[in-house]
Ligand binder design. Sequence first.
Ligand code: RIB
Length: 295
Amino acid sequence: MRVLNIGSLNIDYVYEMPHFVQPGETLSSLRLQINCGGKGLNQSIAAAMAGLEVYHAGCIGGEGSFLVEKLAQSGVHTDYIRQVEDQTGHAIIQVDPSGQNNIILYSGANHALTEETVDAVLAQFCRGDIVLLQNETSCISYAVDRARALGLRVALNAAPSGENLKQVPLEKLEWLLVNEVEGAYLAGAQEPEEILRRLEQQYPDTTIVLTLGGAGSMAARDGETVHVPAMTVRAVDTTAAGDTFTGYFLRQAAEGGSLESCLRLATAASALAVTRPGAADSIPSYEEVQAFLQK
Ligand code: RIB
């Protein structure tokens, strides 16, 4: 079983700030780091570090080749990444002293992905393989439709939230992963239990996973609902915590693990990720996650 992640690749400009910039304020940052990122790239690395065989498909501009090198070093297959006549996607990330972040995205080459490319890449995979998607590239709806028609299993991390999500055939997903903001948007509810209940009702054939930051995570499938609390750690940088969660969740889910075991593994991995700075660089290895879970 292989995982094809049709996903974004970003250059992350990470500014360490004394506090988030306020409207009208000019504020010097304490430090700038330029990192590999993008929800797609981070999730490919997390899934590969968790032990899955991962192929990344996506687009970069000429200045993004170090992102491909990072994926390759992390054990991800990179043959389906195309260089296009556009700027590589990037993110401007502020990190405050508590480790919280906020992010400005520039899609750039991530939106140069075409239906032809999606078709060509999907043709290399077969029934039982998994397609992973996030909401940072073009052609999401098309990829879900085509992947399902080919008998592939589809996971969508519906991040970041956006109007286009309402057009995506979410009922065709095997796994839908959202945080509180994305969940509230899709379900039209605020309370986690209600978000989960409504999404479960709307998409009865889909495993719904809702991450809740410090309040842990929940999942629902076939009438079963599970809640796993967060693990207490000292947060340095929460960037890519959700991506780490997704990659590790998928590993356990792909093996047919129980909802609880999927959430537990993903929770431990993302807890470790927030103790480290950066996006892709903060993702722990499977051995580290196992050792952490034993404690
Ligand atoms: O989830 C974190 C990621 O979101 C960052 O790496 C940034 O590139 C944005 O896509």
